[in-house]
Design a protein around this ligand. Structure first.
Ligand code: ME8
Length: 639
């Protein structure tokens, strides 16, 4: 038997110091701690937010492995972040999507990020939360798309909006509101918002001329455009950022005094360094604010744009589609009558392409009407396909419904959230999904469940007993004789899974869902190693000492799976449900307060011990097959 390694009781001493310094610690005092201790203190500080006053403190004596995590950005001030605190409201949103074309995987990704955050916060405890999504239905782009399709704008909107709604329902996006900007409640909100801007003297009429980009629905300055040949090789002006064509436009518009908000915007950002995540996007916005911030055209002539909300009291003008669209976040909060309960608890998930609208125009518009900017803006990058931007003209737009058929809903949810890194563009291709999902969901997680619930290994079909004499607690394991049968690596496993819930929550709070999944997978692999190491199938049930250890190995494995099942609910809800049901965990036992791992090891009773497992409903996750067509292509047998 290998000699277990000695572990310094850092968790306990840290705990004592954390108590001395108060729950979050003060900067000067915390600065006197070692970096290792500071990292641990951060996790300790998170715990009351996670578990409330009734937190089980045994969970907080963090194992050494927990304390060695690489330092990341320090936690933001509690007043601006930490919407996971019990009782705190959150209003999560996705962008509202244009209805000029059907949804693709990029749209789905935004919705899944928001959904995972929403589900995660819901599991943390009480605290009313909402998740809003919907469709952006006005504007020149939609007017032109309807004309090109030979239909009316309202028919086009109803049809495509339905596609988005169906997709999100199918994808298990747990939205609580689906807004369409053509709804009367929204029209009223936009017109009230406009009246508030006007009432504060922040609008004026002027002749405006410049380059307009209809696909992006925005005016661009000379510096934001470039010249490229079009499909016929003719020179054509395009937006530098999006590559879409622009047209010279001159008309009389209402202008919003955006320039007056340059300084207030800077102050807001400097005082809220975590309001835009990931951090590189925050820096981008700060840089934008160092440049000139001209006033913004906020209406279009009605003669050009009929498909939109008219400016109150001026039938010659239509409200600019971006003002119309941004106000959706207030509409879903109950503006203009009932938004105070929800505003500014807004947390927007947006793609990097619309960062300026959300991080500059929107906060300025809100300040202009006397409302606070949103609490949080989560920004993500884009999905490419085989290294190329998705576009209709390239014919490479990936249909999410086809992906669900090919990879299952949870398989594709898992892929997007596990592979999607908000800081950088990510590439989609079929083999990558199949490889990842098979290796992590079907083999590592599903295989583990299958192995430890197999009737040959667990014939009674119960959550077996844990034996303290086989797997001794904490410091005892330094003595080989006293450590029972557990090895050093087994203690490492316990340490890893012990701190996994805090790690996962920390990652979710920092909009690093991919990292949360990475740490779950690392633990799943460690658990497979544990199972393999002790080969319970070789242990003899008829020998009482062997049976004791066999049951303990199964108990520890099932406990690990229970923790993974709970933590994976926000990402793969159906699979997590199947996993937890197979373990016999009731729906009311799946919250974050149920994340006390291996209570028997900590000398506490385990409510699941001796309980019957749930029914076997087949493999947790089906292995995905590479389609025959692709197999032939890979072998070079098909062009
Ligand atoms: O801009 N990868 O709507 P939109 C990842 N209506 N995400 C992508 C993506 C890609 N390749 N392509 C699009 C609009 N998205 C406005 C928004 S909000 C008040 C108004 C996602 O239909 C991403 O979130 O063009 C991006 O910001 C959004 O879809 C743009 O959707």
């Amino acid at each position: 038997m290998r000699r277990p390694q000695r572990r310094a009781p850092i968790g306990r001493s840290l705990h004592a110091r954390a108590e001395r310094y108060g729950p979050r610690g003060e900067t000067s005092r915390v600065a006197s701690l070692t970096s290792r201790e500071r990292a641990g203190l951060r996790s300790v500080a998170l715990a009351p937010r996670l578990y409330g006053a009734a937190a089980d403190l045994t969970m907080l004596s963090l194992p050494a492995r927990c304390l060695l995590r690489p330092p990341r950005r320090p936690l933001p001030a509690p007043s601006r972040r930490g919407s996971s605190r019990p009782g705190r409201r959150w209003l999560l949103s996705t962008p509202i999507f244009y209805v000029n074309g059907p949804p693709h995987i990029g749209h789905l990704y935004s919705a899944l990020l928001a959904d995972a955050l929403h589900r995660h916060r819901g599991l943390l405890g009480p605290g009313p939360g909402r998740l809003a999504t919907g469709t952006d239905e006005h504007g020149l782009k939609i007017q032109q798309a309807a004309a090109a399709a030979g239909t009316s704008p309202s028919e086009l909107c109803a049809h495509v909006s339905g596609l988005f709604r169906d997709l999100f329902s199918r994808a298990a996006v747990s939205f609580t509101d689906f807004i369409r900007t053509t709804e009367p409640r929204h029209r009223r909100a936009v017109q009230c918002f406009w009246a508030a801007l006007q009432g504060r003297g922040l609008l004026y009429k002027d002749f405006y001329e410049g380059w307009y980009c209809t696909p992006d629905e925005c005016f661009l300055t000379q510096g934001q455009i470039t010249e490229r040949p079009d499909a016929q090789g003719r020179p054509c002006k395009v937006s530098l950022e999006s590559g879409h064509q622009v047209h010279w436009t001159k008309e009389e518009n209402y202008m919003f005094k955006l320039s007056e908000f340059q300084e207030p915007l800077r102050k807001w950002l400097q005082g809220n360094q975590h309001v835009i995540s990931p951090e590189p996007f925050y820096q981008v916005v700060l840089r934008w604010l160092e440049e000139d911030l001209p006033d913004l055209s906020v209406s279009r002539e009605r003669s050009r744009l009929q498909w939109g909300i008219p400016v109150p009291g001026d039938s010659t003008q239509t409200i600019y589609v971006w003002v119309d669209a941004l106000v959706n976040y207030l509409t879903v909060a109950g503006y203009p009558d009932a938004h105070h309960a929800w505003w500014p608890a807004a947390h927007h998930v947006v793609g990097k392409d619309i960062l300026k609208f959300h991080a500059i125009y929107w906060p300025a518009l809100l300040m202009a009407v006397g409302l606070d900017p949103p609490e949080q803006i989560y920004v993500h990058s884009h999905w490419t396909v085989h290294g190329q931007k998705m576009s209709k003209s390239l014919g490479n737009v990936v249909d999410p419904v086809a992906c669900f058929k090919q990879y299952t809903v949870d398989g594709f949810r898992y892929f997007l959230l596990r592979q999607g890194v908000p800081e950088r563009d990510c590439d989609y291709y079929e083999e990558k999904v199949i490889k990842l999902v098979n290796s992590e969901l079907a083999d590592a997680l599903g295989g583990l469940l299958n192995r430890c619930t197999a009737p040959s290994i667990n014939p009674s079909g119960i959550y077996p007993h844990f034996s303290e004499s086989c797997f001794r607690k904490g410091s005892d394991h330094m003595d080989v004789e006293a450590s029972g049968r557990a090895l050093a690596e087994d203690y490492e496993l316990v340490a890893s899974v012990d701190c996994l819930p805090l790690q996962v929550t920390d990652y979710f709070e920092h909009f690093q869902i991919y990292k949360a999944l990475e740490s779950v997978v690392a633990c799943v692999r460690q658990t497979n190693g544990f199972f393999q190491r002790h080969a319970p199938w070789k242990l003899c049930r008829d020998n009482p000492a062997e049976k004791c250890w066999l049951d303990t190995v199964l108990h520890v494995t099932l406990e690990c799976l229970r923790i993974y099942g709970i933590l994976l609910q926000p990402v793969i809800p159906a699979t997590a449900d199947k996993l937890l049901s197979r373990l016999g965990i009731k729906p009311e036992e799946r919250a974050f307060t149920d994340l006390t791992f291996l209570p028997r090891y900590h000398g506490k009773p385990c409510p699941f011990e001796g309980r019957r497992l749930g029914p076997d409903t087949g493999a947790l996750f089906p292995r995905l097959e590479t389609p025959r067509r692709r197999q032939l292509e890979i072998k070079g047998l098909r062009p």
